[in-house]
Design a protein around this ligand. Sequence first.
Ligand code: NAP
Ligand code: FER
Length: 341
Amino acid sequence: MPVTAREWHLAARPHGEPAPEDFRLVEVEHPDPTEGQVLVRMLAMSVDPYMRGRMRLGPSYAAPWEVGEVMQGGAVGRVVASRSPAVPEGALVLTDAAWRDLAVLDAGAVRRLPESDLPVTYSLGILGMPGLTAYAGLFRVAAFREGDAVLVSGAAGAVGSAAGQFARLRGASAVVGSAGSPEKVAWLREIGFTAAFDYHDGRVRDLLAQAAPDGIDVYFDNVGGEHLEAAMAALRVHGRAALCGSISGYNATEPVPGPRGFSALMVSKRLALTGFLVGDHTDLRPEFTETVSGWIRSGDLVVRETVREGLEDAVPAFLDLLRGGNTGKMVVRLAPDPGSA
Ligand code: NAP
Ligand code: FER
């Protein structure tokens, strides 16, 4: 029987900060799945900073969303009808087909997830793309070593809160976090960051000098801009930075300037600043999943999520994410999980 799905379409490309008018919720009829297809009911969807990039035209590592079409993004769902033996009814799956409550998909476009006693939303956060980003960025890209002093910006977010805790769990000498509110700073101290500051409280360079007077060995950059410039000043000789994202510039309408004194600092301190994309590091997934699941189950890793309810709330959740309305991973719950068939 054909089903009616609700889905969010991109209505317009924003200039600067996105607004609710840039999105439209529409109803779409889906025919029954044909041979090799599955019907998936989404249980939870992800909103992520990279989605701001998908709203704009121009060169990027990923194609932009099209105006008038459904947007894409990570989701976990249950297969509710299947014409594929590989992905039977009742299977739990990860898809890139969200911003909607139901979708008919080719079985090849979903990845089966194992049944787990952990919340399904963890597959969108700590055990999913953001967690792997933190793991790959810290351990491979920044070549973290026991005893390193680490700075993480965007530290109370999904990637940042994972990266900072991973550093602590692997023997960092100090873990400094930067975040956007006193509540987030207090939470970072609770979960084991050795120092934390609110970047609204002054110049980042001064706040960092106070928090890490002896400098840092590793910088995990989620923010770019002033944070990157300040971190370069604080990095010690042979310091390394994993450039993960630059959210301070995602709504910018002109290219943002680079760190001042860049070349002299790079040369004199023999720094290594490396940009990376998580998609290039999926070979780490088995090791990452085993290690991080272990830390979750032992209670060593604190996992926090900001959970919004219902497809209507997906756009407000995304707009809030860009303004710092989340602590830990921002997810939108779409349906209760009926469990496996
Ligand atoms: P998140 O940190 O959970 O959420 C975004 C956070 O950015 C907000 O909570 C807000 O926290 C902060 N923010 C917003 N505007 C800011 C500004 N002007 N200055 C400083 N902070 C600002 O998001 P996430 O999913 O974990 O992503 C974090 C970063 O990693 C993003 O840059 C993202 O693009 C990047 N990323 C990269 C990869 C990759 O493969 N390279 C993969 C995943 C994510 P405050 O309250 O602290 O401002
Ligand atoms: C992000 C989320 C994911 C991001 C990049 C990615 C720079 C990378 C995706 C990929 O590897 O294809 O926020 O920001």
